[in-house]
Design a protein around this ligand. Structure first.
Ligand code: 5GP
Ligand code: ZN
Length: 118
C-alpha cells in the first residue's frame, strides 16, 4: 500500500476517504471525474504514488507516467473521443495553475478546445 499523505486531497480520494467518481483503477493508477469539469469529459488520471509535481519525477517513474498517458488514450477511446480529439495536460506550479500537489493528468474532450490555452 502506498502511504496516504494526510494533507493531500488526491491521496484521500485514492484511499476512499473523500468521495470521487472513479472511472478506472488498477494497482498503480486511479482515474476519476474532475469535480469542476471544463469539458463534457474531464477526467483526472492520478498515480497512487504521491508525487507532488513533475519536478519530483525520478527515472523509476517513467513506466508509471507512460501508463498514465496510455490510459488517457484508452479512456478517450472508450468515451468515443479518440478520433474527434482530446487534450491531455499536466499543470506544474503556480504560473501553470497547479492547485493540487499530487501529479494528475487532465483528460479533456467533448468540445472544441482553444489553443493557445488561457
Ligand atoms: P490542477 O489545477 O492542480 O491542475 O488541477 C486540480 C483539479 O482538481 C482541478 O481541475 C479541480 O477542479 C480538481 N479538484 C479539486 N478538488 C477536487 C475534488 O475534491 N474532487 C475532484 N474530483 N476534483 C477536484
Ligand atoms: Zn497525494
Amino acid at each position: 500500500m502506498t502511504p496516504t499523505h494526510t494533507d493531500c486531497l488526491f491521496c484521500k480520494i485514492i484511499a476512499g476517504e473523500v468521495p470521487g467518481t472513479i472511472v478506472f483503477q488498477d494497482e498503480s493508477i486511479v482515474a476519476f471525474r474532475d469535480v469542476s469539469p471544463q469539458a463534457p469529459l474531464h477526467v483526472l488520471i492520478v498515480p497512487r504514488k504521491h508525487i507532488p509535481s513533475l519536478n519530483d519525477l525520478v527515472p523509476d517513474d517513467d513506466g508509471l507516467v507512460g501508463s498514465m498517458v496510455r490510459l488517457a488514450a484508452s479512456l478517450a477511446k472508450e468515451h468515443g473521443y479518440h478520433e474527434r480529439g482530446y487534450r491531455t495536460v499536466f499543470n506544474t506550479n503556480g504560473e501553470a495553475g497547479q492547485t493540487v500537489f499530487h501529479i494528475h493528468l487532465h483528460l479533456l474532450a467533448g468540445r472544441r478546445l482553444i489553443w493557445p490555452p488561457g
